[in-house]
Ligand binder design. Structure first.
Ligand SMILES: O=C(O)[C@@H](CO)OP(=O)(O)O
Ligand SMILES: [Mn+2]
Ligand SMILES: [Mn+2]
Length: 559
């Protein structure tokens, strides 16, 4: 591995090699006004508070949303995928959301091989569109779906079926009604133009299809049964009716957790199972929660659940979801090409990394960190350790999650002296924050700080260096606010409207530890720095100059 010239880094003129670095990524941990809806502020976080208040030259904020992470607008909140891409790659790449926008606006999407393949279902095949119905911009966007629907009808599809996944995670709970109505309006327009366009099935994203990292294949099976086979525990004649009835029966039900349902005609027949000769497009641009379905749709050999029927279809993803696996084989838009990431540089310069998270974030701190590349760059210089996440519960039921277990393993790896970089992702702020349960999120953030203490105690003991940052905001704001005044918003019943989503808040970064060379501090001349500036910074702390095309380092050395 060592010796590949392209990846050889120059020694840093001032910073020594051989430092041991503990690199901690807090998932969903932003900086916001410290009010009662700020779960981080409400939590016991003595370590994070200490870092902020005692060493201001080693603590600062970073941009983690919008253009700083390659998203189309400054209104776009950050997310794990774009955040970890920027952290690991040290550069800003236009992300899936932007690339799909451009391709739809120019019409290039219909000229590409992917859509040409899908069109092979013409003249008789139905086009099925499967994805998240939301304007969150994290996995998909409503306006993109509407454009794709209209464009597909123009391209000749006379029969279209949409299989909706309701959100309530990137957008407010209850908003699925609004999005379904918008979709119905668009489908109505298509019908007026002679295209038989309808919603065929539905369900909440966390129960239907959008599992990730093979945490629970049943979630995908629920979707398969409804979308492909036309079978589900609930049957309704319209999607709006489904959403209303199911919530009436279970008033606590969140949009994320709607059970699978199919839409049937007056005779009780499902209106849109997926059949031989049909075309299917999964319209999410983000990969992680589409990979499992893509495997079920694309792979002739598949044994994760009994598909019962495997239709011969023309399937394309909105994007290529996994470049290593070439999954799916056909796709409408090419994903960002992210290469020469920090992990690859580290192994070529002999830096040994030990990386860990629990299942729900494991892919982020490995695969996504490495520019959406599976596997390790080196079997000897890297070790990736996954701690199984709790299964089958929403994370407010056990808000401590695996934070302490990850910290203890990381401490052990650090103490062994075998690794130059020990990198972890602590998931609580994000995963518990998404449940919208403020009290549980407070508990999750307290657990996060305890985990940080375990890791920093080890850094202290061994004489190492630490860097703590986050990938985007979430837990620091748990209420919907008036965009102009910032005042919390109440609903008609007078209850505060819960915010389950990520935010546009900046995230903290702190450095320190007994091994941090004297005089190292944050530069003052990069007020707009973001997550993409982090990689150069830790490469410096390992004793190397950062690659020339990386965003500039955050640190300077004062005498
Ligand atoms: O859960 C997810 O899929 C997203 C929110 O939609 O969160 P994150 O980017 O933190 O993975
Ligand atoms: Mn995240
Ligand atoms: Mn999240």
């Amino acid at each position: 591995m060592e010796g590949d010239d392209k990846f050889k880094l120059a020694p840093h003129p001032k910073l020594p090699k051989g430092k041991k670095l503990m690199l901690i990524i807090l998932d969903g941990w932003g900086e916001q006004i410290p009010d009662e809806f700020n779960a981080i502020h409400r939590a016991q976080t003595p370590i994070m508070d200490y870092l902020k208040t005692t060493a201001p030259e080693k603590w600062r904020l970073l941009k983690a949303h919008g253009a700083a992470v390659g998203l189309p607008t400054e209104e776009d909140m950050g997310n794990s995928e774009v955040g970890h891409n920027a952290l690991g790659a040290g550069r800003i790449f236009k992300q899936g959301a932007s690339l799909v926008d451009t391709s739809l606006e120019s019409g290039a999407i219909y000229e590409g091989d992917g859509f040409k393949y899908v069109k092979q279902a013409l003249p008789n095949g139905t086009l099925h569109l499967i994805g998240l119905l939301s304007d969150g911009g994290v996995h998909s966007r409503m306006d993109q779906l509407q454009m794709l629907l209209k464009g597909s009808a123009k391209q000749g599809f006379k029969r279209i079926r949409v299989h909706v996944l309701t959100d309530g995670r990137d957008v407010a709970d209850g908003s699925s009604l609004k999005f379904v109505q918008m979709l119905e309006d668009t489908l109505g327009e298509l019908r007026q133009d002679g295209c038989d366009a309808q919603i065929a099935s539905g369900g909440g994203r966390m129960r239907v299809i959008m599992d990730r990292y093979e945490n629970d294949w049943n979630v995908v099976k629920n979707g398969w049964d409804a979308q492909v086979l036309g079978e589900a525990p609930h049957r309704f004649t319209s999607c709006l009716e489904a959403l209303k009835k199911l919530k009436e029966d279970d008033p606590g039900l969140n949009d994320q957790y709607y059970p699978p349902f199919v839409i049937v005609d007056e005779s009780g027949k499902p209106v849109g199972p997926i059949l031989d000769g049909d075309a299917v497009v999964t319209f999410n641009f983000r990969a992680d929660r589409m990979v499992m379905l893509a495997k079920a749709l694309d792979h002739e050999d598949f044994d994760k659940f009994d598909r019962v029927r495997y239709p011969k279809i023309y399937y394309a993803g909105m994007l290529l979801y996994d470049a290593e696996l070439n999954l799916p084989t056909h796709y409408l838009v090419s994903p960002p090409q992210i290469s020469e990431t920090s992990g690859e540089y580290l192994v070529h310069n002999g830096i040994k990394s030990w990386v860990c998270s629990e299942t729900v974030k494991f892919g982020h701190v490995t695969f996504v960190w490495n520019g959406n590349r599976s596997g390790q760059f080196s079997d000897t210089l890297e070790k990736y350790v996954q701690i199984p996440s709790d299964q089958g519960i929403s994370f407010d039921k056990n808000p401590e999650m695996k934070a302490i277990a990850i910290a203890e393993k990381a401490a052990e790896a650090f103490r062994s002296g075998e690794w130059d970089q020990v990198r972890v992702n602590i998931a609580n702020g994000d995963m518990v924050g998404h449940t919208g349960n403020l009290e549980a999120t407070i508990v999750g953030c307290t657990a996060t700080d305890k985990a940080i203490k375990i890791m920093l105690d080890t850094v202290e003991e061994v004489g190492g260096v630490f860097m703590i940052t986050a990938d985007h905001g979430n837990a620091e704001d748990m209420v919907k606010r008036n965009p102009k005044t910032g005042a919390p918003i109440k609903d008609k019943q007078g209850n505060y409207q819960i915010l389950t989503s990520h935010t546009c808040a900046p995230v903290p970064i702190a450095i320190g530890g007994p091994g941090l060379p004297k005089g190292v501090q944050f530069r003052q001349d990069l007020p707009n720095a973001g997550l993409a500036n982090v990689a150069s910074t830790f490469i410096n702390l390992h004793g190397f100059e950062a690659p020339a095309d990386y965003e500039p380092t955050l640190i300077e050395i004062v005498d």
